[in-house]
Design a protein around this ligand. Structure first.
Ligand code: FA5
Ligand code: MG
Length: 459
């Protein structure tokens, strides 16, 4: 929303409310100090940045750096990342059958104003540059507001098909679908005339009348508003239409790959400073149209700046939380930051094609107790004892107050040769807080029943 022409809602309230909510768990005086006062320099990821009148990152926001939820195994954002990558690997292959796209998912989120804005022709007075919309480290550095910030450096490095995945930071509103730190995947695909017009070799990428004057990087034209949805003056209509068709076909393909063939979607014309023409893709979700991505034909000035003169390209940026919310039926974007094992244990990367729907977790606290026992002599896990039998027994006794059970330790005694197992059982009630005494009693029942059923010896 932020980089489009529409005024984001957050700009109207200048982010004050979101700050109050963000800092809700910090004492008021401390929260105020953290938001308004800064040390003379900031130490981030081993680099030192002098602060200045632009500095507005808070310790709370900086604490998200390096959490890399998109790389955390079995996290829903990692599952979405993997699904997008797999889709692109399948959709585009070279003649030898290898994937065309390369993936960059560990780039530092601290970028320069040049990377985040200038390289992408974002006008100097564009709202998205304002302090009220971004987290600035100082006047030259900020936490990237979109993964598009890496476009020019990667193209300059010679890449023509790539995906960038990472977290982005915006002083946006906070509600069930907006959070100041969220994840994006960006992609760029560049093609030459020969490739685009393989079947129509007579066609051209660029208008005959276009002088190519943008080709001199020192004479980059001032960014126009790019509101004409037809095409940029330099491109031929055929080139733009073919590229648009390929891009929309691939993005609808991705949408259907994720959500099934019956998903309702629509294309909405929009404006981005770095693409022309530009669109947003919206998906019908819970009785509303939800914007999931922005895309378009890349501005030719950007390619030229990056040293590419004979190609046309498309680019898009998609919000991972938005996709994951639809895919897993996750009702609130804040859940993606949860370390609650009741949330995290619901997702697994093992079978990417059969993903479960999210089951709401109780907001009452968890209580976890360990149970360790010796297996009988000559019995081992999967040879006389099955962990699944133990799980069933525990569930039969405790019912739904058992939220999770996992095997956390296993070892063989060097002398007796007996195997010891330790299971962690997490208890939680859906409607009330369990007392430790109650939990201990249930836990004891499970221990007693295990002795009875499996002839184990409690340690
Ligand atoms: C951009 O960030 C552009 N860089 C996308 C782009 C890339 C366009 C390349 C063209 C070419 P926008 O601000 O609309 O655009 O954000 C892109 C997506 O991020 C949105 O469609 C939405 O899915 C997600 N998004 C935006 N703001 C938030 C937020 N506060 N919380 C969660 N997701 C968000
Ligand atoms: Mg948008």
């Amino acid at each position: 929303m932020l980089l489009t022409l529409r005024v984001p809602r957050s700009r109207l309230c200048l982010g004050r409310q979101q700050h109050r909510r963000l800092l809700a768990s910090t004492a008021p005086e401390e929260a105020k100090r953290q938001t308004t006062q800064h040390p003379l320099q900031l130490e981030i990821n081993g680099n030192t940045y002098p602060t200045d009148s632009w500095t507005n990152v808070t310790p709370r926001i900086l604490s998200h750096l390096g959490l890399n939820k998109h790389l955390q195994r079995d996290h829903p954002l990692s599952i979405i990342r993997q699904r997008i990558i797999n889709y692109f690997y399948g959709a585009y292959r070279n003649q030898r059958g290898n994937p065309l796209f390369s993936v960059y998912d560990k780039l530092s989120p601290i970028v320069t104003v040049q990377q985040n804005f200038d390289n992408l022709l974002i006008p100097i007075d564009h709202v998205s540059r304002q302090k009220s919309d971004c987290y600035y480290v100082n006047r030259e550095h900020l936490l990237r507001a979109h993964t598009t910030a890496h476009q020019v450096e990667l193209i300059s490095g010679g890449l023509d098909n790539f995906l960038v995945v990472g977290e982005v930071y915006r002083r946006d509103e906070i509600d069930s679908t907006h959070y100041p730190v969220f994840h994006q995947a960006d992609a760029v695909r560049l093609v030459t005339k020969d490739k685009l017009f393989e079947r129509n070799p007579g066609l051209e990428l660029f208008e005959e009348t276009w002088s190519g004057s943008l080709a001199d990087p020192k004479r980059i034209l001032p960014s126009s508003k790019c509101m004409d949805q037809t095409k940029q003056p330099c491109h031929t209509l055929e080139a733009v239409k073919l590229m648009e068709h390929e891009m929309k076909h691939v993005l609808v393909g991705l949408t259907k790959d994720l959500f099934g063939p019956r998903i309702k979607y629509r294309w909405v014309d929009t404006y981005f400073p770095f693409t022309q023409p530009s669109w947003e893709l919206e998906i019908y979700f819970k009785d509303n149209w939800l914007e999931v991505l922005g895309c378009g034909i890349m501005r030719h000035e950007i390619l030229q700046k990056a040293g590419v003169h004979q190609s046309i390209g498309y680019a898009f940026g998609v919000g991972l939380e938005r996709l994951a919310m639809i895919l897993f039926d996750i009702p609130d974007i804040r859940l993606f930051w949860s370390n609650d094992s009741g949330f995290l244990s619901q997702f697994s990367e093992q079978d990417l094609q059969n993903l479960p729907k999210y089951k709401p977790i109780s907001h009452y606290p968890q209580c976890s107790n360990d149970l360790s026992f010796w297996l009988p002599a000559n019995v081992e896990i999967d040879a006389g004892f099955s962990a699944n039998d133990f799980y069933d027994l525990a569930r039969t006794i405790a019912g739904d107050v058992v939220e999770q059970i996992s095997l956390v330790d296993k070892f063989k005694h060097p002398k007796t040769g007996k195997t010891s197992l330790c299971f962690r059982i997490v208890y939680r009630h859906m409607e009330r807080t369990l007392t430790q005494a109650e939990v201990n009693e249930i836990h004891k029942h499970i221990a007693d029943a295990s002795v009875e059923a499996f002839n184990v010896q409690i340690r």
